[in-house]
Design a protein around this ligand. Structure first.
Ligand SMILES: Nc1ncnc2c1ncn2[C@@H]1O[C@H](COP(=O)(O)OP(=O)(O)OP(=O)(O)O)[C@@H](O)[C@H]1O
Ligand SMILES: [Mg+2]
Length: 238
């Protein structure tokens, strides 16, 4: 079963690393009116959803009012990590004009979740700026942070489009997974829509791959020096 370490083992080294990610995230977004942040990656399976879920839990535990939206309509999985039913969700807000209160799961007082939902319409047609921009705007009030899970950047255009209507982007790099050329391509695609890349999470770091701890844990790469640059500034993991 899929699980989120911040909830399951809050005292673990990995959960601590997510709290470090939270601190960096809060620092980067502080006073910058950045609510809607997409979490994406170059390729599939690098850890977007697990990062979204753990960061959301961590922020909500710090008293932030957080909304998670599963905008990976091709391979939705937020509902699996949070053990929710995905009968209706974001797709139904777009297609059937369902209101937020009809689709929001109140996971806890501080953490609300909109799963991907279901529709027969192709995500490429469904995700268009005119449809989703007003929906995102309508959801902003009442939340400190909105974390948006997306498909990978290189294979489909969804994340590019979501980046264009969000305030910032966090890139997840699966340590040992990410192909450098494809990563550059992903950054270029995000750059094309003027995405504001806030930073990089180096995920799946193990002792063997150069990490300090034995456990797998995310490693926050810090701000990419303003915008759209591929240089990752390393910081201490703690
Ligand atoms: N830090 C980690 N520690 C342990 N397992 C991890 C970690 N990050 C990711 N995984 C595992 O890797 C797999 C992919 O993770 P996840 O679903 O978060 O990736 P994704 O980028 O959202 O994938 P997709 O592109 O398919 O949506 C899952 O089985 C997850 O449990
Ligand atoms: Mg995912």
């Amino acid at each position: 079963m899929l699980s989120l370490i911040v909830k399951k083992e809050p005292k673990s080294v990995s959960a601590e690393a997510y709290r470090t990610l939270r601190t960096n995230f809060q620092f980067l977004t502080m006073g910058r009116n950045m609510k809607k942040i997409i979490i994406t990656s170059t390729e599939s399976g690098e850890g977007k959803t697990i990062t979204t879920g753990n960061l959301a839990l961590s922020l909500s535990q710090a008293g932030k009012k957080v909304l998670v939206i599963d905008c990976d309509l091709r391979k939705p999985s937020i509902h699996k990590y949070f053990e929710l039913i995905n009968s209706i969700g974001f797709a139904n807000m777009v297609v059937e004009k369902l209101r937020p209160e009809e689709v929001i799961h109140k996971y806890s007082d501080n953490l609300h979740i909109i799963t991907a939902g279901k529709t027969l319409i192709n995500p490429a047609e469904l995700l268009n700026v005119d449809h989703i921009s007003p929906i995102f705007k309508g959801l902003e009030e009442g939340y400190d942070n909105i974390l948006i899970d997306t498909p990978p950047v290189v294979s489909v255009t969804d994340a590019q489009l979501l980046a264009a209507v969000s305030d910032g982007v966090i890139m997840v790099l699966g340590s040992g997974d990410t192909n450098k050329k494809l990563c550059q391509k992903a950054l270029q695609l995000l750059g094309n829509v003027n995405a504001n890349i806030l930073g990089v999470v180096l995920n799946k770091v193990t002792e063997a791959s150069g990490g300090y701890y034995k456990n797998q844990y995310p490693y926050y790469g810090g701000e990419i020096d303003g915008k759209k640059k591929s240089k990752v500034k390393r910081e201490s993991a703690r």
